[in-house]
Structures are given as C-alpha cells and as structure tokens.
Unconditional design. Structure first.
Length: 88
C-alpha cells in the first residue's frame, strides 16, 4: 500500500534493523494506515495495531479529535515497546 511505500521511500527508522513506524491519517478521505518496518513488526504485531486503531483511535476520530487519536497511537506503541521491545 501507499503507507508501506512511503515508509520505505522516506527511510523511516533504523535502516539496518527496519524499526520504522509510519501513521498515515487522511481526514478528507477517512483513511488511516499504520505500517511498521520488519524489525518493529516483531514487537508491534498486526493484531495489536488493528486493536489500537479500532478500540482506541477510532472513537477519537469519530469525535473529530485526530490529535487525540494520534496521541493514543503513540502512547500505545510506546507502552508495547517498553513491555515487549528489546532492552535499551
């Protein structure tokens, strides 16, 4: 998809470890895509991303609060990385 191509084109994240994450939110098109690099995908599984989007982000988007939706995404990803990610 477009978000995956953009993630690769921009080179988001560590190039060797593929740890990038891109959130694409197009309000006018009512489109939300969140993509991870392969390295980040080891911790941030597709099921977790889907759950975050459906259960935590969509209520904010439906309430016309896109900033709050993105904040919830960042917080949720950060919590998952702290819990299950590699040690610092």
């Amino acid at each position: 998809g477009f978000a995956a191509a953009l993630l690769n084109y921009w080179g988001v994240g560590d190039k060797r470890l593929h740890t990038g994450l891109l959130a694409l939110l197009l309000l006018g098109q009512r489109r939300l895509e969140v993509r991870t690099g392969y390295g980040a995908g080891r911790v941030i599984k597709p099921e977790l991303l889907q759950s975050i989007q459906e259960e935590r982000m969509l209520p904010h988007l439906r309430a016309s609060e896109p900033g709050a939706a993105l904040e919830v995404l960042v917080r949720s990803i950060s919590e998952a990385m702290e819990k299950d990610g590699p040690p610092h």
